[in-house]
Design a binder for this molecule. Sequence first.
Ligand SMILES: NC(=O)c1ccc[n+]([C@@H]2O[C@H](COP(=O)([O-])OP(=O)(O)OC[C@H]3O[C@@H](n4cnc5c(N)ncnc54)[C@H](OP(=O)(O)O)[C@@H]3O)[C@@H](O)[C@H]2O)c1
Ligand SMILES: [Zn+2]
Ligand SMILES: [Zn+2]
Length: 507
Amino acid sequence: MAGQTPVASKAKTPKRAVGFSVPLLYRVFFLLIEPISALVGAYFAYFRQSDYLQLSHAASAPSTVPFGTSIALSQLANMYLFFAINEALVLRSTPDIRVWKTVLFCLLVGDLGHLYTVRELGLPIYWSVWDWNAIDWGNIPFVYVSKMPYPDKFTGFQVNGPETWTEFHKNEFQPKPFGDYDVDIKIDACGVCGSDVHTISGGWGEQHFPLAVGHEIVGTAIRVGPKVTLIKEGERVGVGAQSWSCLDCRQCKNDNETYCRQQLDTYGAKWPDTGIISQGGYSSHVRTHEHWVFPIPDALPTTHAAPMLCAGLTAYSPLVRNGAGPGKKVGIVGLGGIGHFGLLFAKALGAEVWVVSRTHAKEADALALGADGFLATADKGWNEPHVMTFDLIINTASSFEGFDIDAYLSLLDVHAKWVSVGLPEGDGIKVRNQTFLGNGCFFGSSHLGSRREVLEMLQLAVDKGIKPWVEEVKIGEEALAKTLLRLEGNDVKYRFCLTGYQDAFGA
Ligand SMILES: NC(=O)c1ccc[n+]([C@@H]2O[C@H](COP(=O)([O-])OP(=O)(O)OC[C@H]3O[C@@H](n4cnc5c(N)ncnc54)[C@H](OP(=O)(O)O)[C@@H]3O)[C@@H](O)[C@H]2O)c1
Ligand SMILES: [Zn+2]
Ligand SMILES: [Zn+2]
């Protein structure tokens, strides 16, 4: 037996020499690039999850998939796999069964990782190349490099808090991770809404700062997620005051997504999965789920379409939902941004429209905009000639100072409706049941509108040639301060629209 040993070892030597001949490139890839990329992937997945999701694009927003640990571990398993393959193949074939066991073990762990991803995200995740890359974790650096043309940080004019609400600072911020249904929009224009002032000045209470407001956005879709079907890259599109809802509840399924209990605002809201605060249109870009991204008809100028996406819609939705049309007498309380759209759309729908303003200062404008009549509440007995004659009143007042609700409600016919869309600061007003008794009127409210209503409204604006009164302002720190103070001081005819984004943020 002792004499056989050298023979056995002799027999092994040529076997080791036979092995595979592996090209140098292949060796470099498995020995160097793959292990490094696996490590980088593990680092991103575990320590910088939001960057990771951003890169890998694997999370549909808002998703609650607990990726970090599982992916990081799988990433490390992949790395061992590369070393094992390397030892088995690159360093010539080996008879050592332990190496092959390691290879099999790592393959198993890797596959479990893939199965986990499929379970969480659904089988269709495998159809898309990007998503495939995302779950093939070793490829993260390559995904990163190939995605470089897309900005992963946006820039916006942010306010730091209510004490300094007229000081705007141009800052970079991290948007939510890019989801399968998301659209990135390079912004060209954004309207300035009364809500922007309430929010940053602290009138509505605590907010998440630093914050870029603005929710009447028009721009170009520069990137669409793999599951997006409603928007095409390169299209001119808009975004209003809402950016998400569940799309699954009773309200969402009935064109009432604006009343979904999970509805999320375009700015100042916390994305539930990441805690990232949504930032609005005083920014270079916005990232929005396709359901809240609207193609803008060619016939509408950008600066006309932008203010329609909050102010226009907030007026349009309650008008159509409450029967404004031929034979109806509609009142619009407050001739500001929303009010002037209320007037334009109610006229376009065929109603008789009266503006109810505080003074006569805006009377000539109201008539020029098409109003059939004008009431100024500063006049003594202003309501008397019109008591119980209105079918619908949309109230857009942004404050309750001197607000005589009884006088307004006296205008309504029997069972007619008062719809408040204005959201004044403070505790609100008291109303007594007796106030409603004389005409049995209904008292309600309205929030934004649905996607279907946005598309209908834009089409109506095209069909009827609606021309809002818009004052353009080039976006910048000083211009923003001045513009918001003017809006707060009721010095606007009748909507500001920010432009000049190219100069402020670059191409
Ligand atoms: N419900 C929603 O979905 C929704 C959406 C967007 C905005 N909003 C809210 O709607 C309100 C209006 O927004 P906006 O952008 O149209 O603002 P805006 O351009 O400032 O217009 C507000 C108008 O309200 C009238 N007004 C102000 N204080 C008043 C008072 N004490 N009594 C009676 N009328 C008063 C003024 O009209 P006159 O000078 O003619 O009296 C003013 O032009 C804001 O509170 C905003 O936050 C609600
Ligand atoms: Zn608004
Ligand atoms: Zn919902």
